[in-house]
Design a protein around this ligand. Structure first.
Ligand SMILES: Cc1cc2nc3c(=O)[nH]c(=O)nc-3n(C[C@H](O)[C@H](O)[C@H](O)COP(=O)(O)OP(=O)(O)OC[C@H]3O[C@@H](n4cnc5c(N)ncnc54)[C@H](O)[C@@H]3O)c2cc1C
Length: 335
């Protein structure tokens, strides 16, 4: 077969320029390797998709990468500050990022190296050859779908940006963790009629302790309707259908204008499994060495949330940012 296009040779390729991919890039720089990052959107796209006015639960210091100081006048930095920090780090350290280019395949070669195939926005295909690949693709692209009728209606979203579009509207929020609670508190300020539908029997223990009393207070005084032990089982144009748990409970409809389905995200692992990486069928955790982050495929590494199981919240920036150093030390040994 003839070579379709030029194959670009690289020392190491990082797929995903989220905080953990960037951290891995800085750690590789520190051991004398200039990796190429492939990013299908813009740098730190996941953070860009966070709620517009969100503050992190971590302090700025705990979000730092590559030992580069991140300071903020606030207790917890805002999304905007974090976007600026990670963007500046990428630009000032001259990280080589191929933005708006998606990795489509990692193909192991007989000599132990890899070919990484990518596609850009305009259908352009590129092929890279490298000895080391680090997959840091995160989880934010793949919301946990509810699998119910009406989920694809335009009034339904899995991403909450800001409250303004919901001014005075009847909004059903599905979920009971931080994203759902934060959205509900923001919607209060725009006069929305809010119903939170949550399958748990009581408030989630993961709600940020400084937010929980405010949320509980708003439920107690009737500003937010909280339906525990309940699921949305169908979405219509002007209604949602709620099914309470328990025997002999009938589903009922509530009037509704918009649905925020804030039920979390899950990492997508096809790139890894297609390259031969083993993923535990039950836990969905990829097989990797915890001291090096190397998978069962020699030279193929994982960094960040992609290393977590079904419960993606096991790994945060706070912890995933340390994966890069482990990877860089291992690659240095192998060079
Ligand atoms: C609302 C919210 C608040 C949070 N607050 C905190 C906090 O306070 N502290 C904390 O530590 N963590 C927090 N987290 C968690 C944190 O966002 C994640 O842990 C972090 O984003 C994981 O980083 P990552 O680099 O592994 O993945 P991501 O940040 O998800 O980055 C992955 C990147 O890979 C790219 N990508 C995906 N597939 C491909 C492909 N095929 N080809 C090329 N590129 C690809 C994506 O576009 C993305 O840019 C929060 C999460 C949310 C949703």
């Amino acid at each position: 077969m003839t070579e379709p296009i030029n194959v670009q040779q690289e020392q190491a390729i990082i797929i995903g320029a989220g905080p953990c991919g960037l951290s891995a890039a800085l750690e590789l720089q520190a051991v004398g390797i200039e990796p190429l990052l492939i990013e299908k959107n813009a740098v730190v796209h996941s953070i860009y998709q966070y709620p517009t006015y969100m503050n992190f639960f971590s302090t700025a210091e705990r979000l730092e990468i590559g030992g580069i100081p991140f300071t903020s006048p606030n207790d917890k930095p805002s999304r905007r500050e974090a976007l600026q920090y990670y963007r500046d780090v990428a630009l000032r350290r001259k990280l080589r990022i191929r933005a708006y280019e998606a990795a489509t395949a990692i193909v192991p070669q007989p000599d132990g190296s890899f070919r990484v195939e990518t596609a850009d926005r305009f259908g352009g295909i590129s092929v890279y050859a490298t000895r080391f690949v680090i997959v840091a693709t995160g989880y934010f692209d793949h919301p946990n779908m509810l699998g119910i009728p009406g989920e694809d209606l335009p009034k339904v979203t899995h991403f909450f940006g800001e409250a303004h579009p919901y001014t005075g509207m009847k909004v059903a929020i599905i979920g009971g963790n931080n994203s759902a609670v934060d959205a509900a508190m923001e919607l209060l300020r725009v006069g929305a009629d809010i119903t939170v539908v949550y399958r748990g029997e009581e408030y989630s223990s993961s709600i940020k302790p400084w937010v929980r009393p405010l949320f509980e207070g708003s439920v107690k005084n009737g500003q937010i309707k909280m339906l525990f032990s309940s699921r949305v089982v169908g979405i219509g144009e002007r209604t949602v259908t709620v099914q309470p748990e328990g025997e002999n409970t009938a589903p009922y409809e509530i009037e509704n204008d918009f649905v925020l389905a804030l039920t979390g995200f899950r990492p997508e692992r096809t790139l890894l499994t297609d390259a031969g990486a083993i993923v535990n069928a039950e836990t969905t955790v990829p097989s990797f060495h915890p001291e090096t982050m190397e998978t069962n495929v020699p030279g193929l590494f994982i960094a960040g949330v992609i290393a977590a199981g079904r419960e993606a919240n096991e790994i945060f920036i706070e912890s995933g940012r340390h994966h890069g150093n482990l990877i860089a030390q291992r690659i240095k040994e192998l060079m």
